[in-house]
Design a protein around this ligand. Structure first.
Ligand SMILES: NC(=O)c1ccc[n+]([C@@H]2O[C@H](COP(=O)([O-])OP(=O)(O)OC[C@H]3O[C@@H](n4cnc5c(N)ncnc54)[C@H](OP(=O)(O)O)[C@@H]3O)[C@@H](O)[C@H]2O)c1
Length: 262
């Protein structure tokens, strides 16, 4: 990626992490294509980032084939050329059950893997890198630390995350010669609003303060803290930048050192 303004698609743009990523990238001068389901939130974020319609927002329901098709058509109709994608597949809910029924698995694979992969395919079609000329395209897939270790309470997520690691590595080999990079950023606990609410609930149940509960939960994190969405945003920007010009197929842990495997 070199010269000129770069255009980045951010899915999950309106979420806790997505909003921080969009703010960071907008501040750095990227043009953004914002995608999520809730149109009012997309418009409000777009207005907040820049009141002059500099950025584009497009509704996207990643669990719907029709919505994904329309999304791809919109990218083409607006002649959008993408220099990067930040893909946030919907997260599999926390569960202790490693063997849900076959229908539950079908829904999970459709919503957390097949649908988001279709979105990625549509985005790749809108990339036009020129590695000889120094123009590279960067894909960052947001994943979680169960991509590298089994978490008992994320029984199905363990599987979905590993599916993405396999896909990312395979795509890195398939797309590398075209100058398209594919890396995953695997997050540990990150303090987006829903994650904070979970800590608040557990604090209430234990009769302690939010800060006490947070300190207790992070004793096994070497850096002694959960991540902030703004920290994720800076890491994402790094992976979209020249920092990653010789890096692809990596699964990078963003977890305060929590993951014990090498
Ligand atoms: N926070 C953490 O601790 C943590 C840890 C590990 C990994 N992650 C990963 O980080 C990413 C973002 O997490 P977050 O904490 O920012 O979550 P969040 O605040 O719940 O945001 C989720 C975002 O995705 C959009 N979204 C949800 N379902 C969608 C669907 N079916 N189709 C299209 N868009 C959809 C939401 O907007 P709409 O509802 O408007 O669609 C929202 O913009 C996720 O991929 C998650 O798995 C987070």
């Amino acid at each position: 990626m070199t010269g000129g303004t770069q255009t980045i698609l951010v899915t999950g743009a309106t979420g806790g992490i997505g909003t921080a990523v969009c703010r960071q990238l907008a501040r750095s001068g990227y043009l953004l294509v914002l995608a999520a389901r809730n149109e009012a939130k997309l418009k409000s974020l777009s207005d907040e980032l820049d009141g002059t319609d500099r950025h584009v927002w497009l509704p996207l329901e990643m669990t719907s084939d029709q919505s994904i098709r329309q999304f791809g058509e919109q990218l083409a109709a607006r002649h959008i050329t993408l220099d990067g994608v930040v893909l946030m597949p919907p997260q599999a809910h926390s569960t202790n059950d490693p063997m849900p029924g076959s229908e539950a698995w079908r829904v999970l694979f459709q919503n957390c893997f097949i649908g988001p992969l279709e979105v990625l395919k549509a985005a790749i079609e809108r990339m036009n890198p020129d590695p000889i000329g120094g123009r590279r395209a960067k894909i960052v897939i947001i994943s979680g630390i169960s991509s590298a270790q089994v978490l008992g309470h994320y029984a199905t997520s363990n599987v979905m995350r590993c599916a993405w690691i396999g896909e990312a590595k395979t795509l890195a080999f398939a797309l590398g010669s075209r100058g398209i990079h594919v890396n995953t950023l695997s997050l540990g606990g990150t303090l987006s609003p829903w994650y904070r609410e979970g800590i608040e609930r557990r604090a209430d149940a234990a009769g302690v303060t939010f800060e006490q509960r947070l300190a207790e939960e992070t004793t096994n994190v070497p850096l002694g803290k959960y991540g902030e969405p703004e920290e994720v945003a800076i890491a994402v920007e790094g992976l979209l930048s020249r920092f990653s010009d010789h890096m692809t197929g990596l699964n990078i842990m963003h977890d305060g050192g929590f993951t014990r495997s090498y």
